[in-house]
Design a protein around this ligand. Structure first.
Ligand code: F3S
Length: 391
């Protein structure tokens, strides 16, 4: 692999053992994937931040490192809202350990925003190279913004943050960003909201695996694209997709190779995902809510009181910039928490059935929380959370 003179110095250990170890990791990754060079990145998003997932071994490894991030770097959601963990009912022993993980990252110069929506906080533009970890954030960056990132593992993203570069392979290269399957969507009678796009992504991800789908027949807005991509990354391994006439790298369909496989998805295939099982909690904000989602929620909850736990998740920076909206939501008894989510917080394991409006949460809640997941629109989530029964 071609390396700059500065990189050779780092590899020789002239900037300390941590930077040496981190660059060795990036070079090894690059060799495995056939990268010819490293590419400078604009930002990093580092997974492996929840004590629930990294445990004591991961914490010890973080503590052994000694260097500072040289590009803006933030964390993936952790197991608790940092300022409000008691209110969420997080076990104090877990909270203490989680604080130690966060402190270890802070020492490495990582900003203590813990979110899967870094694009609401950091300027990220078309063509920017990134080293992001969380699958929905990666999908959004590649597909909706037209930035370039592979789905980094936690150590790879942290190494990229500390070195400021990542190996140039995979989705950093234009040749790998072309569609590899066409999906024609026919939803003539179904109003397509966030939940429907989440359901579409849940279904499509299972069909396409890790290919690059090109959708025709839909006109999602940016929040709906977020829901679609998050779900496809969860049930498949889709890190980039295109939507005709909507996303920045969607080609003229006439220019698509005639040999591309084409599949069709119809409304009836998604209906079965919307059930009416009784639930004991509602959780929205997977991926973390946008300002528009918070605004819609505050409108739907106006004048109502929730009769079961209702969790809303968003980035702290988004909460801070929309505090009045958040206050209106919380007047209903719902709670808007930063830094965590319904999948990574151990608190959610106390429930037997959780209602969500997200295809990604629908895929992950059963395994990660041990609970049944019920899919519904945001209107249905509010109706269920504010009615006396659970259905
Ligand atoms: Fe984000 Fe947690 Fe969903 S990390 S995408 S809210 S599972």
């Amino acid at each position: 692999m071609e390396l700059a003179r500065d990189d050779e110095r780092i590899l020789a250990g002239e900037e300390g053992p941590t930077r040496q170890q981190m660059l060795e990791l990036l070079v090894a990754l690059g060799k495995v994937f056939g990268a010819e060079r490293l590419v400078p990145i604009r930002s990093a998003q580092v997974s492996g931040a929840s004590y629930k997932t990294i445990g004591e071994y991961g914490l010890e490894w973080l503590r052994s490192l000694d260097a500072k991030a040289v590009v803006p770097a933030i964390l993936n959601p952790i197991g608790m809202p940092r300022g409000r963990w008691e209110e969420m009912g997080v076990d104090p022993v877990f909270a203490g350990k989680q604080e130690e993980v966060v402190a270890a990252y802070e020492r490495l110069g990582v900003t203590l925003e813990c979110t899967c929506t870094p694009y609401y906080l950091y300027q990220t533009g078309f063509g920017d190279h990134l080293a992001w970890s969380e699958s929905s954030a990666v999908s959004y960056a590649n597909s909706v913004i037209g930035a370039r990132t592979n789905r980094e593992g936690g150590p790879g993203a942290l190494a990229a943050a500390l070195i400021g570069k990542t190996p140039c392979y995979g989705f950093h290269l234009a040749a790998n960003r072309k569609p590899s399957i066409v999906i024609d969507v026919a939803m003539p009678n179904r109003k397509m909201g966030m939940a429907e796009y989440g359901a579409l992504g849940y279904h499509a991800g299972k069909l396409v695996g890790n290919r690059v789908p090109f959708f025709r027949g839909i006109r999602p807005d940016t929040d709906q694209l977020k829901a679609l991509g998050a779900a496809m990354a969860a049930t498949g391994a889709v890190a980039l997709y295109h939507v005709e006439g909507v996303t920045p790298e969607a080609r003229d369909p006439a220019a698509l190779p005639a040999s591309l496989e084409m599949i069709a998805i119809e409304a009836a295939e998604l209906e079965a995902l919307f059930t009416d099982v009784p639930v004991d909690a509602v959780a929205v904000g997977c991926p973390h809510c946008s300002p528009a989602e918070l605004e819609e929620l505050s409108r739907l909850l106006a004048g109502k009181i929730v009769t079961m736990p209702f969790y809303v998740f968003a980035a702290q920076g988004v909460i801070d910039r929309n505090q009045k909206t958040v206050d209106r939501i919380e007047k209903s008894g719902a709670r808007v928490f930063a830094d965590t989510c319904m999948v990574v917080s151990p608190v959610m394991e106390q429930y037997s059935a959780i209602m969500v409006n997200s295809g990604k949460a629908l895929a992950y809640v059963p395994d990660m929380c041990g609970a049944v997941a019920r899919m519904g629109t945001i209107e249905e989530c509010v109706r269920v959370a504010t009615s006396r029964g659970s259905g």
